[in-house]
Design a protein around this ligand. Structure first.
Ligand code: ADP
Ligand code: MG
Length: 252
């Protein structure tokens, strides 16, 4: 079953084209990796999937009818790390969008949901800790708990494991793999070692390329052309797609 269909999507910032004519689909319970060089358009693509940026052409069809479709872990945490809130408060923020009367405060049930979400990511014991007293790995787990507290069917993460230690990174991948049992997961990643182990499909995004046929896909050309970490695809046998961009840009 398909859950998302991206059709002829282009995205521009002013007169700069970040994505052109992107087409792909995401299957239910997929664990999709999005890779590509910096500036390739990965975050732009994610914002379009979430409806946070409107595509300039084409559209995204979300094919599930669900109260809580998306959970999102952004690339950059938008509140200051010194903001004096506790871990549980941050997780509760993940319920704000769903509340009818957000100014009334949280119910006991909602607090239990938040505690459960923290337990699921393995840091239930930290719920009263100020977020400025967390390690990078712990903070990312809090952000994941915040994203899943509303029990979304699709979880989207934008580089959630950059700048954290290897042990936390593995823990987070294991955690996501576990969540993948009942959620579709779409995740931007740079870690070459993790990709072949965890991802079921792979999407390469780079503004300087255009669509290649399946039979053109091999490790060397992809690494050269897309700047993607392709050695893992060579032995990982992961089905993957390349999102297209301007032919003119490529030849420019
Ligand atoms: P990635 O996440 O792959 O690093 P992004 O989607 O963040 O790439 O950015 C793709 C391109 O679009 C980059 O060249 C970036 O500079 C540009 N871009 C991203 N956001 C904006 C913006 N708000 N205004 C102008 N240009 C932007
Ligand atoms: Mg990005």
């Amino acid at each position: 079953m398909k859950v998302i269909s991206v059709e002829n999507v282009s995205a521009w910032y002013g007169d700069f084209c970040a994505l052109e004519n992107v087409n792909f689909e995401v299957e239910d319970k997929d664990f999709t990796g999005i890779i590509g060089p910096n500036g390739g358009g990965k975050s732009t693509l994610i914002k379009i999937l979430l409806g946070l940026k409107k595509p300039d052409t084409g559209h995204v069809k979300v094919l599930i009818d669900d109260k809580n479709t998306f959970g999102y872990v952004p690339q950059f945490t938008t509140f200051g790390k010194d903001f004096p809130v506790s871990v549980i408060d941050v997780v509760l923020m993940g319920l704000l969008g769903k509340k009818k009367f957000p100014y009334i405060g949280f119910t006991k049930e909602e607090k239990i949901l938040a505690q459960d979400a923290l337990d699921k990511v393995g840091i239930g014991h930290l719920q009263e800790r100020r977020i400025n007293a967390l390690s990078g790995g712990q903070l990312q787990k809090v952000m994941i708990a915040r994203a899943v507290v509303s029990n979304p069917s699709i979880l989207i993460l934008d580089e959630p494991v950059s700048n954290i230690d290897a042990k936390s990174e593995t823990e987070i991948y294991d955690l996501l793999q576990h969540m993948n049992k009942d959620k579709t997961i779409i995740m931007v990643s740079h870690n070459t070692a993790m990709i072949s182990t965890y991802f079921k499909t792979l999407i390469c995004v780079n503004k300087n390329v255009y669509h290649h046929d399946k039979n053109e896909i091999n490790a060397e050309t992809l690494e050269k052309v897309y700047g993607c970490p392709m050695e893992l695809i060579a032995h990982g046998k992961i089905p993957h797609r390349i999102l297209s961009e301007h032919e003119e840009l490529k030849n420019a």
